[in-house]
Write a protein that binds this ligand. Structure first.
Ligand SMILES: Cc1cc2nc3c(=O)[nH]c(=O)nc-3n(C[C@H](O)[C@H](O)[C@H](O)COP(=O)(O)OP(=O)(O)OC[C@H]3O[C@@H](n4cnc5c(N)ncnc54)[C@H](O)[C@@H]3O)c2cc1C
Length: 522
C-alpha cells in the first residue's frame, strides 16, 4: 500500500483528456495540484519514545518486531481518507506513531499492553490502514508517546468447521488472503468492501464494515459468530453458540470498538461454500425515487439478490463518462441499478426471476449483463481515481449514512443541500449501497475544486453534512465507523447516558486509557 495514496502504484490511473475537460467545465479545475514530497523527502516529527521504552517493548515481542525507524512509522501515520492524503502532500513535518510493534501471539499482545500501561504509552491497533475516519491518527492523548500495534502477524486460518460452516480467521488477514485460504478448501466469506484488497479481518470487526455483497451475505458484524480480544484487563473469548439468551451479547461491544477497548486477535465467522453459479443483470430506472422504491420492494419481499445497488442520475452519468466501454451495453439513462445473484443454478435462476419480476413491476428496464459485469470489473479501482483527481486539482471525498426507508428521501436532500451550500459548484453524487427490510444506506461522493485550503473547505462541508445527517434522522456512520472524525456527533447519536456506558466499559477494560485515545468515545 502506498503511504500517500491508494494501493498498488502500478494501478495508478491517469485522467483522460475528456475527464480533465469535464473537470474544467463543471468545476473550473484547470491546473494540476503541486505534488507532495516523496517518501524520501517527507519529514516526520522525531520519535518521542525513549530507548528504555523501546527496550521494554522489545522484551515483549522480540527486537526484530519493534521499530522506531521513519520507514516503519510513515506507513502507519494514519488512514486513507482524503484529508489524510492531503496532509501527506504537505512539505511541513508530519506526525506519525513514535514506534511500531508487531506482536505474533496473544501473549505478546498482552505483554505489549502491560508495558504500555506501565510506561504510559498510547496504543493504536493497526490492521490494513484503510480507515477513512481518522481511526489511526497517532494521538498521544495524556501520554508521552504512541505506538502502532500492527496485527499483520495474525495471518492464519485457525479453524474451518465444515459441518457448521464456521471459520476462525486471524485478525491480521487481509480480505484477499482470507478468501484465498478459504477458497483452497472450497469456502468463501463473501465480504467485499471497496477496501477489500488491503483491509483486515480485525479491522472489519473493529469498524462494523459492510461489503458490497451485503444483501446476500450480510454486513461483517452479522457474519461474526465469536471473537477473541486481548484487553489490558485480560482476554475475552466471546460467542459460544449460534444464538444465546445468556444475557446481553458482549460480542457487540467489540464489534465497532475501533481499538478503544481491546485488540481483536481472531474472529469466528459464518462462511459458505463457493457459489456454483453467478448471474448479473443491470437495470435502468427513470429517476432515483422510482429506483429506491424498487429496491425497497425487492428487499421487503426477500427475493434474494447477493448484490443490489442503485446510483442516482448524477452518479450514473459520471460513471458512464468514466467508463470507456461498458461491455457493449446500451447507454444508461436515468439511474443505474446493478444486481448479482449467487448460489446453485436453481437458486440463482429462481432469485433472478423473482427479482426481475419485482423490478419490472416497479418501473425498471433491464440493461442485460454488460453494465453489471463492468461494475464488478472496476469495483475496487475507484480509489485510484481519487488520487488522480487530487493530483489534477480536484477534491474527491465520500461519506455515508443510513436511515429507515421513510426518512431516506429527506435525508438525501438534506445532505446534498448541506454539501452544495458548503462547496458551491461541487458535484454531489449518491447511491444506495446496502439495503434492509426497514431502510437503506446512502453513500455520497463529492467532487469539488481543491481551492486555496482544501482541508478547511472539506472540514466545513463535513461538519455541515454531519449536522444534516443527524438532523434528518440518519446515523453518523453506516459502515465507515466513528474514529476521530465522527466523534463530535457521538453524543447526539447515542445520548449522554450512552456515552457514559461506553466510558464505564472502557474504564473496566482499559483502566489506564492507553487504547486509541481520541477515537470513538467522546
Ligand atoms: C478506498 C476505501 C474504500 C472503503 N470502502 C469501504 C466499504 O466498502 N465498506 C466499509 O465498511 N468500509 C470501507 N472503507 C473503510 C475501511 O476500509 C474499513 O473501515 C475497514 O474495515 C478498516 O479495516 P482495516 O483493517 O484497514 O483497519 P484499520 O484502518 O487499520 O483500522 C480501523 C480501526 O479499527 C481499529 N483496529 C484495526 N484492527 C484492529 C484489531 N485487530 N483490534 C482492535 N482494533 C482494530 C484501528 O485502531 C482503527 O481504529 C473504505 C476505505 C477506503 C480507503
Amino acid at each position: 500500500m502506498k503511504w500517500d495514496a491508494w494501493g498498488d502504484p502500478a494501478l495508478a490511473k491517469e485522467l483522460s483528456a475528456d475527464i480533465k475537460g469535464l473537470l474544467a467545465a463543471a468545476l473550473g479545475v484547470t491546473g494540476d495540484a503541486a505534488p507532495g514530497p516523496s517518501a524520501d523527502e517527507v519529514v516526520l516529527h522525531p520519535s518521542r519514545i525513549s530507548a528504555e521504552d523501546l527496550d521494554a517493548l522489545a522484551g515483549a515481542v522480540g527486537e526484530a518486531h519493534v521499530s522506531a525507524a521513519d520507514a516503519d512509522r510513515l506507513p502507519r501515520a494514519g488512514g486513507k481518507s482524503t484529508p489524510d492524503l492531503l496532509r501527506r502532500r504537505s512539505c511541513d513535518p508530519q506526525d506519525a506513531p513514535d514506534a511500531v510493534v508487531l506482536p505474533g501471539t496473544e501473549q505478546e499482545v498482552a505483554a505489549v499492553l502491560a508495558v504500555c500501561a506501565e510506561r504510559r504509552i498510547a496504543v493504536v491497533p493497526f490492521g490494513g490502514g484503510t480507515s477513512v475516519v481518522g481511526g489511526l491518527d497517532p494521538e498521544r492523548g495524556a501520554f508521552g508517546s504512541v505506538v502502532s500495534l500492527d496485527l499483520r502477524r495474525f495471518d492464519q486460518l485457525l479453524d474451518l468447521d465444515e459441518t457448521s460452516g464456521e471459520a476462525v480467521l486471524g485478525a491480521g488477514l487481509t480480505g484477499p488472503a482470507a478468501e484465498a485460504l478459504l477458497a483452497e478448501r472450497g469456502w468463501e466469506l463473501g465480504h467485499y468492501p471497496q477496501s477489500f484488497r488491503y483491509a483486515t479481518i480485525g479491522g472489519f470487526a473493529a469498524t462494523r464494515s459492510s461489503g458490497q455483497d451485503s444483501a446476500g451475505y450480510g454486513r461483517f458484524d452479522e457474519m461474526v459468530r465469536g471473537l477473541r480480544a486481548v484487553t489490558p484487563a485480560g482476554v475475552l473469548d466471546l460467542g459460544r453458540a449460534p444464538a444465546s439468551a445468556a444475557g446481553p451479547d458482549l460480542r457487540q461491544l467489540f464489534l465497532g470498538s475501533e481499538g478503544t477497548l481491546g485488540v481483536i486477535t481472531a474472529v469466528r465467522l459464518r462462511v459458505h461454500p463457493l457459489p456454483a453459479v453467478k448471474a448479473y443483470e443491470a437495470w435502468s430506472f427513470p429517476d432515483f425515487a422510482t429506483g429506491t422504491a424498487a429496491l425497497r420492494a425487492v428487499e421487503q419481499q426477500g427475493t434474494g439478490p447477493t448484490v443490489i445497488r442503485l446510483s442516482d442520475e448524477a452518479e450514473t452519468m459520471i460513471n458512464l463518462a468514466m467508463t470507456e466501454q461498458i461491455g457493449g451495453a446500451p447507454a444508461v439513462t436515468g439511474c443505474l441499478a446493478v444486481t448479482v445473484f449467487e448460489g446453485s443454478a436453481a437458486q440463482v435462476a429462481a432469485r433472478q426471476q423473482l427479482t426481475r419480476d419485482v423490478l419490472l413491476a416497479a418501473g425498471g428496464s433491464s440493461l442485460g449483463e454488460g453494465p453489471a459485469h463492468a461494475w464488478e470489473h472496476g469495483r475496487f479501482n475507484a480509489p485510484y481515481l481519487r488520487d488522480s483527481l487530487l493530483s489534477a486539482g480536484a477534491l474527491c471525498e465520500t461519506l455515508e449514512t443510513a436511515a429507515s426507508w421513510s426518512r431516506l428521501p429527506a435525508l438525501r436532500t438534506a445532505v446534498t443541500e448541506a454539501l452544495t451550500a458548503a462547496l458551491p459548484g461541487s458535484l454531489v453524487l449518491c447511491h444506495i449501497s446496502h439495503v434492509y427490510p426497514t431502510g437503506a444506506s446512502l453513500y455520497f461522493t463529492v467532487v469539488a475544486a481543491l481551492g486555496e485550503d482544501p482541508l478547511a473547505r472539506w472540514g466545513t462541508a463535513k461538519r455541515a453534512a454531519g449536522d444534516a445527517i443527524l438532523g434528518a434522522g440518519g446515523t453518523i456512520s453506516h459502515h465507515h465507523a466513528v474514529g476521530a472524525d465522527h466523534r463530535p456527533w457521538m453524543s447526539d447519536e447515542i445520548g449522554e447516558l450512552g456515552v457514559r456506558v461506553l466510558r464505564a466499559v472502557k474504564a473496566e477494560l482499559d483502566p489506564a486509557g492507553i487504547l486509541n485515545p481520541g477515537k470513538l468515545i467522546p
